[in-house]
Design a protein around this ligand. Structure first.
Ligand code: IMP
Length: 203
């Protein structure tokens, strides 16, 4: 099975390619992705955005099975924010000056949670993945992983909110575990395994 990932996010692409290697599946970046104007991501749910992205890119890559995801962090104390706005959390609040978007998002998250005790800092990463070909959605799957938002970053791996996202049963953040472990327990790994199972059953 050959799939083309419509993502310009190097962290996500690395996650997908690594996870797929343990299946009979090869994932490549969508050819000429950088030459395609990205679609607006204005859906209210991860599923809406993933579906819109997959259909948009599949329409521009006839005959290729395109996968697109939308993912993000939901923090209970913030009523599920940043959610679909995870990538733009700091920018939405006018804190876009930093060249390092991840650092700005993490700093803003800590600021928003400054008065919240650790027992109430529960959160989860969610990922929805959609596969589409020639204008049709052929499979959709999701995955999630629960965690706690720390009061300061730990670890240097991963991307995005990983240094603040503690996996309580391991007492490690997502930025402190190796990529194989991350993919076994991450929202993206789970969504990809679920998607591959659906696609496999169709063949
Ligand atoms: P998307 O590119 O619209 O799916 O935005 C996803 C955003 O959610 C990223 O830019 C990160 O801020 C956050 N995010 C999603 N998945 C992860 C992850 O595995 N680790 C860290 N942050 C993530």
């Amino acid at each position: 099975m050959k799939l083309y990932a419509a993502t310009g996010n190097a962290g996500k692409l690395r996650d997908f390619i690594t996870a797929a290697a343990s299946y009979r599946c090869h994932i490549s970046p969508l050819p000429q992705l950088t030459e395609i104007e990205p679609p607006p991501e204005d859906g209210l749910t991860f599923a809406e955005n993933a579906r819109a992205k997959a259909l948009y890119y599949a329409a521009r890559a006839p005959g290729l099975t395109v996968i697109a995801d939308d993912s993000g962090l939901e923090v209970d104390a913030l009523n599920g924010a940043p959610g679909v706005r995870s990538a733009r959390f700091a920018a939405d609040s006018g804190l876009a000056s930093s060249a390092d978007v991840d650092a700005a998002n993490n700093a803003y998250l800590l600021e928003r949670l400054v008065a919240i005790p650790s027992a109430q800092r529960t959160a989860r990463y969610k990922c929805v993945l959609t596969a589409a070909i020639n204008g049709n959605v052929i499979a959709e799957a999701d995955g999630l992983v629960d965690g706690i938002i720390l009061t300061e970053p730990r670890g240097t791996g991963g991307f995005g909110y990983d240094p603040l996202f503690l996996l309580p049963h391991l007492n490690k953040t997502m930025a402190e575990i190796d990529l194989d472990t991350k993919l076994q327990l991450s929202h993206r790994g789970a969504a990809l395994r679920n998607l591959l199972a659906i696609l496999d059953a169709q063949h």
